[in-house]
Each structure stands twice: as C-alpha cells, then as structure tokens.
Design a protein around this ligand. Structure first.
Ligand SMILES: C[S@@+](CC[C@H](N)C(=O)[O-])C[C@H]1O[C@@H](n2cnc3c(N)ncnc32)[C@H](O)[C@@H]1O
Length: 191
C-alpha cells in the first residue's frame, strides 16, 4: 500500500483560490493581502501575473522579494498610512486573515471587473482551535453581506472542513461591478 500525502503542502495555494484563478484578467496585477509566506503570490506569479505581496512581517517578505514577478510591500494593514491606490488590482486575494475595520478599503482596491478571492475562519472555528477570538471569525454569511452592492457574487461557501485540519471556513469569489463571471469547470467535469 502506498501512503500518499494526507494534505497538500503548506505552500500550496488554497484550492478555492486556484479554482477561480481563471477569472482574473490575463496578465492583471494580483494583490496578495496579508500574504505571509506568499503561497498565492508565488502561484499567481508563476501563472504570469505581476503580484504585489503585502504583510507586516519583514522576514516572510524577504524570501518573497527574490521571486520573479513579485514585489513586496511591508505595511501594517491595521494602522497607519494606507499604501495602496484604489481600484488598481485585477484581483485581491485575502486568506486566513480578517481585519474588519479595513475590509471595505481592501475591497476598494479591486478594479472594476476585477476579482475578490477570500477565504478565512468563521464562527464555530473556536471548537477546533485558533483563531477563536470573535474579532477574527466571520459571522454566517458575512462575506456576502460585506460585498453586496459593489460586487457580483460568483460563488460562496461556508462550513466545516476536515482538511488540511478541522476548521470552520467561509469563502467567496466575487467580481467588482455587475459583470457576470464565467464559471470554472466543476470538479465533476461539466461546465
Ligand atoms: C495566517 S497568516 C496568512 C498568510 C497567507 N494569507 C496565507 O493564507 O497563506 C496571517 C498573516 O497576516 C499577517 N498580518 C497580521 N496582522 C497584520 C497587520 N496588522 N498588517 C499586515 N499583516 C498582518 C501576518 O504577518 C501573517 O503573515
């Protein structure tokens, strides 16, 4: 019996982000927001997108700075000056991070017709560990509520996942404006 890996390596992109990546305009600039090790920055850069990767963690950014196509910005996203131009990005990717007071500002960084890809923890996750602070846990349907009006919803999910570790997550893919996105092929193969 061959034992395969039980979960993807940490550096792998979120399957949710990868699933909707074709909605991002060819060659459009992607912002990896609170990028950490930059798994999404690296992945989008490898797909030919210029990427801006932002985090407050200089050590994480140092390793990313050498990646072709990725430029890094060290900034505190929760305090101080806002280092971005509004409406500039073909996609903003926010995973495993939440700071409500600047969520709307982050959304404003998405260009008209651009894509917001977000996936983070929601209430219920406290049963499995951290984050357990309500400030870091989305409420049911919150990503829909927070993007309604400015974005067209493409896909939304919320619930418990077993892998890569038990957690309760919420995910959205939305396009800024009224444009209708083309759905990616579903895992079953039908379009
Ligand atoms: C759990 S990691 C997620 C990393 C990445 N988005 C991912 O999913 O692989 C959260 C990231 O948020 C960053 N972060 C937390 N507070 C921040 C702040 N105030 N300003 C900028 N980055 C912050 C941390 O440095 C860390 O890299």
């Amino acid at each position: 019996m061959t034992a395969g890996p039980s979960h993807p390596p940490l550096a792998a992109p979120s399957p949710w982000v990868a699933r909707f990546a074709d909605l991002v305009a060819n060659g459009g600039t992607v912002l990896d927001y609170a990028c950490g090790s930059g798994r999404h920055a690296r992945w989008f850069a490898a797909r030919g997108h210029p990427v801006v990767a932002v985090d407050r963690d200089a050590t994480a950014l140092a390793a990313l700075g050498a990646v072709a196509g990725v430029s890094t910005v060290q900034a505190d996203l929760e305090d101080g000056p806002w280092p971005f131009d509004q409406g500039r990005y073909a996609a903003v990717v926010m995973t495993n991070y939440l700071f409500r007071p600047r969520f709307e500002r982050m959304c404003d960084l998405v260009a008209d017709g651009g894509v917001l890809l977000a996936e983070t923890f929601m209430v219920g996750n406290e049963r499995f560990g951290k984050p357990s602070n309500p400030a870091f846990l989305l409420k049911p349907g919150e990503l829909i509520e927070r993007t309604a009006g400015e974005f067209s919803l493409v896909a939304f999910e919320q619930g418990k996942v077993a892998s890569p570790k038990p957690a309760v997550l919420q995910r959205i893919c939305a396009i800024r404006g009224s444009a209708m996105g083309t759905l990616p092929q579903s895992p079953g193969g039908e379009t």
